[in-house]
Design a protein around this ligand. Sequence first.
Ligand code: GCV
Length: 682
Amino acid sequence: MEYEAAWLDGRVPCAIPDIRGIDDIYLMSDADRVRSDNVIIDTAARELCVAAHEMFGSDLSPKQLLSTDTLYTKSNGNANIALKLTAGDEPAGAFSIIAEEGSKIITVTSSSPEGLLYGAFRLIFLLRTADEFKDLNCSETPASPLRMLNHWDNLDGSIERGYSGNSFFFENDKVIVDDRTEAYARLVASVGINAVVINNVNVRAAATKLISAVYRKEIKALVNIFKKYGIRLFLSLNFAAPMELGGLDGSDPCDEKVRAWWKTALDELFTDVPELGGFLIKADSEGRPGPFTYGRTHADGANMLADIIAPYGGLVIWRCFVYNCKQDWRDTVTDRAKAQYDNFMPLDGEFRDNVILQIKNGPMDFQVREPVSPLFGGLKKTNEIIEFQIAQEYTGQQKHVCYLIPEFKEILEFKTYIRDTKGDPVEADTVCDVVTGRTFGTANCGMAAVSNTGNDANWTGHDLAAANLYGFGRLAFDPSLTAEEIANEWTALTFGKDEVIFQLISYILNTSRPAYEKYTAPLGVGWMVNPCHHYGPNVDGYEFSEWGTYHRSDAEGMGVERGAKGTGYIAQYNEPNASLYENLETCPDELLLFMHHVPYTYRLHSGKTVIQHIYDSHYEGAEEAVRMRSAWCSLKDKLDKKRYERVLERFDEQVRSAAEWRDAICTYYRQKSGIADEKGRI
Ligand code: GCV
């Protein structure tokens, strides 16, 4: 199937007027570093050659230089680029770019091959987007050690919560290794991704065999491709593999037979594929097997695997998405939001160093607005990685534009008020500090996102959803970037620097998430979607179900009471967050209905009643969807027809769906509350 190269498609020319060409690309290294056989450096050099060709038509091949050789300025005014591996010990991936204005020599320096790769990509991006030669100078260090994509791809080729076609990793129980695999690795490495889980966390049927000899050849081939781009490959594991593959009668992590089975299986795997990163595991969650069946803890399960793969440098990434999905909706005490904290806090300090707990950004499941998971402010002696979702399961399924980076920024900047083990305040206490290892000085941590890619030609279904893929990588690398900066970078790389395109796309991206929240789920309410597929409004779709997902609307009011008089969830936060959320006067409006049950007539900080806010925001959101579509339409003559029409079709659906949300929700609450819209809308 044909595919495009998203922001790497080479259409955008060099933006810096003083650079009229690139004469040569040099490879240099400090004397004691061997570079000639480094596949990552070769990739970096190749990328620079490709970019030089795209921008200036030059056909270059990299020239080797000894560290003692000097780069001479050429007199024709063209630039020369050097990739220089140094002997320092900066964190892997760090690089700097020095652009000497007089000589036009641009040197990308790093002490790691990955750093040269990221530096080469950054240089290419800057050549296409910066205003002046001097803007090429920069120095960057990746903030998150792990910058990971989780694919929920199944071996039959389907993708759980996939909205951009089928898998490009699997088809009919076969692993696909082709030119698209490499194109994918190139795309995600260009924004700093260094770890990829290729299969769904719900590991069933043939996927269980990915760790076995059956798929060894293909896994090795994938690893070899990923290696060239500095990416480590991870697999999702089936905790019941000893039964399903090994024929044992149980998977008890403390049973010697089970341990021995895993040891043989994983020793063989790592011996054949030593570069494998490790495993991602969903256990005791939504029907998946896990240690609870045997009366064991999640630490027992994770540590058993971690011990086996520690000698190979392997990591066990263990998901905290563990809750009771068979709840009785009449039970108002059990609260799914509390489950992850309740399950994992008692285990703090019990996990091995090569275990990382993967925690979803919120306590429920990727709603358009949720509070930050209180676990980030709780765990003190456990490695953590945050899990975001750029697959837009609950945010419009890549039919609606919803630029998620502003939300991720808010989450990362949330102050947890975590204390150290002595109970004293910690200076580096934001979620970002915790997951980038600044709080407790760990290196096994970072950021993961459920990927939004598939085999659609444009990778992400909605062309504008590529901003989320690009943005997640950039944010994980450099969380100090603002969401607007990231949007601007992506827009310039994708569409060039035309001022009108720039203004309008930036308007669309920045409006999109607030608009989506307004016409679907204002005030933190969540879950009013159709069951199973999760698209479109259905106010009571999950209200009387077993999934623990309620809004508790009645004739007088709505929202889940999670304060001291309710489920007690709020007490999982540290002070002053706990008091902030507990008190109605200070609880932020956007989370009010997540935290409290209030009457429809309750007045928000804005002065509006809850019910009027619901009416108004749904109308506003639906109007914003119409305005975003018009903004896109005004770009018709500036964009290529294919891309323009592909997105327009999605905007048509977004406008239709937003109106449906507005009408379904407003009608429901008009009937439920008996209170009319004061603006007389029906
Ligand atoms: C991969 C939600 C989704 C499931 C997903 C699960 C998870 O429940 O709807 O499709 O399963 O989260 O994150 O494990």
